[in-house]
Design a protein around this ligand. Sequence first.
Ligand code: IPE
Ligand code: IPE
Ligand code: MG
Length: 240
Amino acid sequence: MTRDGKNGSGAAAPARVPRHVAIIMDGNGRWAIARGQPRLKGHMAGAKTLENVLGWCKEAGVEILTVYAFSTENWKRPKAEVTGLMKLLGALLREKRRLLLRERIRFRMIGRRGDLPEPLQRKIADLEAETAGFEHQFVVAISYGGRAEIVDAAQKFAALPESERDERGFTACLYAPDVPDPDLVIRTSGEMRLSNFLLWECAYSELYVTDVLWPDFGRDDFYKALAAYASRDRRMGGHA
Ligand code: IPE
Ligand code: IPE
Ligand code: MG
């Protein structure tokens, strides 16, 4: 049973497909602990789910996928877990390079790049350059915090001429200014919070929380989330 109380069959792509889906990939640790395995095994299993989701987005017609891979707060975790996650992210980019080029998906990172190990920073920049011309997008949030993004944007915003200092001008100062706001935010593992994810961009996003742990998140779960989205009435502050 999903948190929104809807039980789509998950069989077919719904009529109204979100253009931009953002995912808080949570529950890797719980998944591993339930199996008596180290947390890193959970992160490895989670990386496999991410690979699958890229395919389901293409299949369903979702144009942009943003995933929360590592938050500014996740640096507080034990060193071994942090190092393991950085290595896993590097390996994921190496392994997915061919797929992104073949499927013509643009890769980009949002977050504080300078916090990342140098080799990972280089890998990210290279992949961004190689895929820059593609229309579909895969955005990965690493060392990302919504508040950090707002603070970083505020520095640039302050330098704008007064006539440009409005919401549009502020949006232009974000990490990926041309990416439209997420239509749908999915969080796995049942927690009903944003955990500092896309605070500016999620102002009017539809939220969907499932109890399924990220490594167990399957095709049916993905389509259930899309079905829930299709049934929502997005009033955006106006009338129906
Ligand atoms: C999410 O899984 C991945 C990251 C935060 C990097 P967690 O590691 O937070 O898993 P849980 O929440 O402890 O189960
Ligand atoms: C959010 O998950 C961050 C990512 C999924 C990368 P956390 O596990 O870090 O969030 P909290 O601690 O449950 O809020
Ligand atoms: Mg967690």
